[in-house]
Design a protein around this ligand. Structure first.
Ligand code: UFG
Length: 331
């Protein structure tokens, strides 16, 4: 019996694979390496190279392996890119989900844990955001993921495929043992970009906008550690295997940090100056995104271990300072 991790070579997927393998599970990874890294895949996992939109590829996995559940990370996730190339997001994210659910239906795989996102909420009416709040995304990325949530709900209705949608807020940090971490090419996320400035690989941080409706004018986000996120996925799998109904959970720390506060925290953690300037707003950024995550704590018994953003940044800094070229596997 194995768990299929689609997108297991990516940043969050690779941390999930590590956690699953270390908890004694058999893991099969499917990844097209479009953004992930082969070196990020735990050596104890079995790797299939291919694309989840390719039905023959999925069939090969489901025929060869005894898959009991799928954890689905295989999607694009860059908000500004989705504003410029929306169809790329609907094709890979939304389209990929159709093929995956069809294969799950045909091979009678009944459980899926899905990487959803805070971006499905759009501009929240109240803060912190609850799972029952309206989902009105303001960028194609968020919409592509909301469509995937809705597809799963109908696949549950029609075929009995049970799902948990985990709506991540801002994921950061790296495995505490320093073996794997965050390496996107090109990098767009705040924490790794700050790390690159601290390393001297970038001259300065551009803070995108300081005229938002927030206390210091910069965007406020809710940061959650990648290993805490992996724990939540394992709890979600157990929740489904125990026969519970499909559900959605926010995963965040319930505390918001502004971009300026993140910069300050990183200066403290790294001891580096980290030069920064204010730059124009980036399209598609809501003012603030902070999760109410008590539902995950109560229903899944999720107990995040990293409740201080300094500790999250410290694990990111450990990875970046020991892997200045990331996985170093690009041509
Ligand atoms: N930012 C900067 N400068 C940079 C990079 C980012 O100021 O060089 C700012 C952004 O404008 C934003 C904040 O830092 O205000 C966080 O930006 P990220 O790109 O790190 O993350 P996002 O909030 O855009 O998106 C992340 C995930 C999404 C998820 C979202 C939910 O990438 O998948 O969090 O909160 F939907």
């Amino acid at each position: 019996m194995s768990i299929l991790v689609a997108g297991g070579a990516g940043y969050i997927g690779s941390h999930m694979v590590k956690q699953l393998v270390e908890s004694g599970e058999e893991v099969v990874v499917a990844d097209n390496l479009s953004t992930g890294h082969k070196k990020a895949i735990n050596p104890k996992a079995k790797f299939y190279y291919g694309d989840i939109r390719d039905r023959a590829f999925l069939d090969r996995i489901f025929v060869n392996e005894d898959i009991t559940a799928v954890v689905h990370f295989a999607a694009f996730s860059i908000v500004p890119e989705s504003m410029q190339e929306p169809l790329k997001y609907f094709d890979n994210n939304t389209g990929g989900m159709i093929t995956l659910l069809e294969a799950m239906r045909d091979f009678k795989v009944k459980y899926i844990v899905f990487s959803s996102t805070a971006a499905t909420y759009g501009i929240p009416e109240t803060m912190p955001i609850k799972e029952t709040d309206p989902q009105q995304p303001i960028n194609p990325y968020g919409l592509s993921k909301l469509m995937m949530e809705k597809m799963m709900a109908w696949a549950d209705e029609a075929y009995g495929i049970k799902f948990v949608a985990l709506r991540y807020f801002n994921v950061a940090g790296a495995a505490a043992d320093g073996t794997i971490g965050e390496d996107h090419g090109p990098e767009t996320h705040l924490v790794p970009i700050i790390m690159q400035v601290a390393q001297g690989k970038r001259a300065e941080l551009s803070i995108f906008g300081d005229d938002y409706n927030t206390p210091d004018g910069t965007n406020v986000r809710d940061y959650v550690h990648v290993m805490d996120l992996a724990d939540a996925h394992i709890l979600a799998l157990k929740y489904l295997e125990a026969g519970n109904p499909s559900n959605a959970f926010n995963l965040g720390s319930s505390t918001g940090f502004s971009n300026k506060e993140m910069l300050e925290a990183a200066r403290e953690v790294t001891g580096q100056e980290i030069p920064a300037k204010i730059a124009p707003r980036r399209p598609g950024d809501p003012d603030s995104l902070v999760a109410a995550s008590d539902k995950a704590r109560e229903v899944l018994n999720w107990q995040p271990k990293y409740d201080d953003v300094h500790d999250i940044i410290a694990t990111a800094w450990q990875w970046h300072s020991t892997h200045p070229k990331g996985y170093d596997d690009r041509n």
